[in-house]
Design a protein around this ligand. Structure first.
Ligand SMILES: C[S@@+](CC[C@H](N)C(=O)[O-])C[C@H]1O[C@@H](n2cnc3c(N)ncnc32)[C@H](O)[C@@H]1O
Length: 356
């Protein structure tokens, strides 16, 4: 402990106090979400903790403390003159509006799921053994759907599919779509609703997610959709697919090259594979920013152990980057691989084969 630079030490310690405050506020925000406190504050009106507690039917003293913690961290606002709490429009978009692209509760739910299973995470981390997706805490599955769904609703139909050569026209006329690693099926249902002449097939290894996906399709009243619990390597494409897509799941798979090859073989002539992956640069130093930190952390706890639990266990990771992902798709036999479009959080690849 010699040669300590006290200024740097204090700056790092100060950062950790801020991070600790944020970590605890995230847990409190999760409680605020699940208990209905944020819903009670959605209108942005100023109220005392007692009044909010009355609406949300929670204990007022605990709520006073919880709101004070979240106000200290900037997650809610406090008017000292009236002793009232409220959500600003921006805080409401993030914490109280389920339809908002800015809503963060899915991410918070994923974080809470990870903290709740820290013993397992430690064991997996030290031993290097795999951890199947289905062994994650139940909050992981709905958190993932909640986290990704707003991005798909904002981009899939408006931006991503139109960025692919000829796919939108084909699906409007009527084609077959495979959504592989579909999770709770939000992307599948969105495509089934948008392209009523097309038939959508959603596939996932995780049975409870498929049950949820079927319920979601029934709620949406779409009939042109089927879900199957099956590993991506075992999907049977009897008549072939016009369009296959993988949303934030290829890097989780043990054998992404084998899966992409299997999909290529299941595409109809002229068919397209779209792969949506987290935004990343090719080198570690490209990804050393807060978003990269979130993806690397999720990758350590979730994506790598999922891949490690499957055959081949390639462990691509959530920050593989365009060069590596392009190589995976080329190794699978796709002759043309290009980045069709990007968002701040995603890269969208189009993979086709000229001689298909
Ligand atoms: C991060 S989640 C993404 C789910 C969904 N696509 C979404 O965007 O909400 C990854 C999904 O890939 C699925 N998965 C992982 N490996 C798989 C495999 N080999 N075959 C099929 N699905 C797999 C998991 O069960 C999980 O539902």
């Amino acid at each position: 402990m010699t040669n300590l630079n006290m200024e740097k030490l204090e700056a790092l310690a100060g950062k950790i106090v801020g991070d600790a405050s944020a970590a605890l506020s995230i847990l409190l925000s999760y409680i605020g979400d699940q208990s209905g406190v944020f819903r009670a504050m959605a209108d942005g009106d100023r109220r005392t903790a007692e009044d909010i507690a009355e609406i949300a039917q929670v204990d007022p003293r605990y709520l006073q403390e919880m709101l004070s913690a979240n106000a200290a961290n900037g997650y809610v606002s406090y008017d000292a003159s009236s002793k009232q709490f409220y959500l600003s429009p921006e805080q409401a978009a993030i914490f109280a509006d389920e339809s908002s692209l800015a809503n963060m509760h899915g991410l918070l739910q994923i974080i809470v799921a990870q903290f709740s299973e820290h013993d397992t995470a430690l064991d997996v981390f030290k031993s290097g053994k795999g951890r199947p997706w289905g062994d994650q805490h139940v909050c992981q599955f709905c958190g993932t759907d909640r986290f990704f769904r707003p991005g798909y609703e904002a981009n899939l139909i408006e931006n991503w599919i139109p960025a692919l050569n000829g796919v939108k026209e084909k699906l409007e006329a009527g084609g077959t779509i495979a959504d592989i690693g579909c999770g709770h099926g939000s992307s599948s249902v969105l495509m089934a609703k948008t392209f009523p002449n097309s038939q959508v097939y959603g596939y996932d290894l995780h049975g409870p997610s498929i049950v949820d996906a079927r319920a979601k399709a029934a709620d949406a009243g779409v009939n042109n959709i089927q879900f199957e619990e099956v590993g991506a390597n075992d999907i049977s494409a009897d008549d072939g697919f016009d369009f296959a897509c993988i949303f934030d799941a290829l890097h989780d798979m043990g054998d992404p090259v084998g899966v992409a090859r299997h999909i290529r073989e299941g595409l109809k002539p002229g068919g397209t594979l779209m792969v949506v992956e987290p935004m990343a640069g090719d080198k570690v130093e490209d990804n050393l920013h807060p978003l990269g930190g979130v993806f690397y952390a999720a990758s350590t706890l979730i994506c790598l152990p999922t891949s490690r639990s499957q055959d081949v266990a390639l462990c691509l990771g959530a920050q593989a980057g365009p060069e590596r992902l392009t190589q995976v798709l080329k190794d699978a036999g796709f002759s043309s691989v290009r980045i069709a479009t990007t968002t701040p959080t995603n890269i969208v690849f189009e993979a086709t084969t000229a001689n298909l």
